[in-house]
Design a protein around this ligand. Structure first.
Ligand SMILES: Nc1nc2c(ncn2[C@@H]2O[C@H](COP(=O)(O)OP(=O)(O)OP(=O)(O)O)[C@@H](O)[C@H]2O)c(=O)[nH]1
Ligand SMILES: [Mg+2]
Length: 289
């Protein structure tokens, strides 16, 4: 340990991988002075069924063979691993995971592992990349794995807000993926895409030049982040308007039930509540429809 913030952080997260603590403190909050800020680093968590190309996607993103990949019947990745990009303009922290349902883990071990994924992507993942092969049929069994991971994550809203489907084996898919996803794809896969707000990136992990795929992914992550900020802003306005309407309504009731208030005050409060309700309707009603 050299006393440099980055070094300490790596050691702490490596400890998390090996011992799987349930609550690892936020590594950036305990670093203190000289800490690495990870504002410009994209934290990408890769998950999915065994053999779907998770580690290969990780290597594609990092532009180096950092995670071992495999072909056999047994899973190539059996423990969670992570790596930082080196020498790339866009910084990445990529977390490669095993298919938890395929390595004989108990429910509590799976919970522990997912909790560690959250720590490794703290404060939150920039993207949860759920890999699905686009050259073979998406089965109900594979969908059950997805649903299990989603449940283990817990916070469904946040999970879906960060979800991107990573369609692998694009080199073996000769048809129009977009068209297929909209028409003949199994309903289970369509539901995953719905969860992901329609976001997907197709990967050919065997391609000579992989840069454009990663550029597409980065673009999608930025769009997703902008959408989250927009919906967060709308949510705050919504709450503010509801608050105003509520207090104006209470005030109006108080005015009409007490003797010493004028009809004008009551009228003003009722108008105020109506205006807030009307604004709420204009801003949000059409989006829900
Ligand atoms: N043709 C082709 N092969 C791929 C692609 N992505 C991955 N593969 C191959 O598929 C096999 C499995 O890939 P991995 O990256 O090890 O898959 P994984 O999901 O990490 O597998 P586990 O760690 O066992 O869960 C390897 O032989 C890869 O070379 C792709 O886009 N096209
Ligand atoms: Mg792997």
């Amino acid at each position: 340990m050299k006393g440099n913030g980055k070094k300490i952080e790596i050691e702490l997260t490596e400890l998390a991988v090996s011992s799987c603590p349930l609550a690892l403190p936020n590594k950036f909050s305990i670093l203190g002075c000289g800490a690495v800020t990870n504002d410009d680093m994209l934290r990408i968590l890769i998950m999915g069924k065994a053999g779907n190309g998770k580690s290969s996607v990780g290597n594609t993103i990092l532009r180096e063979d950092r995670f071992p990949t495999g072909e056999g019947l047994t899973p190539a990745t059996v423990t969670t691993d992570f790596a930082y990009s080196s020498g790339l303009a866009q910084k990445f922290k990529v977390i490669d995971t095993p298919d938890l349902t395929n390595i004989g883990m108990s429910q509590s071990q799976m919970e522990c592992e997912v909790s560690m994924w959250k720590d490794l992507t703290s404060p939150y993942p920039s993207a949860i990349l759920h890999t699905v092969r686009c050259d073979v049929r998406y089965t109900p069994e594979e969908h059950a794995i997805y649903k299990q991971m989603k449940n283990l994550w817990g916070d469904t809203f946040s999970f879906c807000q960060r979800l991107i489907v990573g369609l692998t084996f694009k080199d073996r898919q000769k048809g129009d993926i977009d068209q297929e996803l909209r028409t003949t794809a199994p309903k289970e896969l369509k539901s995953v895409l719905r969860d992901a707000g329609g976001r997907y990136v197709a990967f050919n992990n065997k391609a000579q030049n992989k840069d454009w795929q990663v550029e597409q992914l980065v673009k999608l992550i930025h769009t997703m982040s902008a959408e989250r900020s927009k919906s967060g802003f709308r949510y705050n306005i919504k709450r503010a308007l509801l608050g105003v309407a509520f207090f104006a309504a209470v005030f109006a009731v108080a005015c009409v039930t007490t003797d010493n208030t004028t009809a004008a005050e009551a009228f003003g409060a009722i108008s105020f509540a109506s205006a807030a309700g009307w604004l709420y309707y204009i801003l949000f009603r059409s989006r829900r429809a």
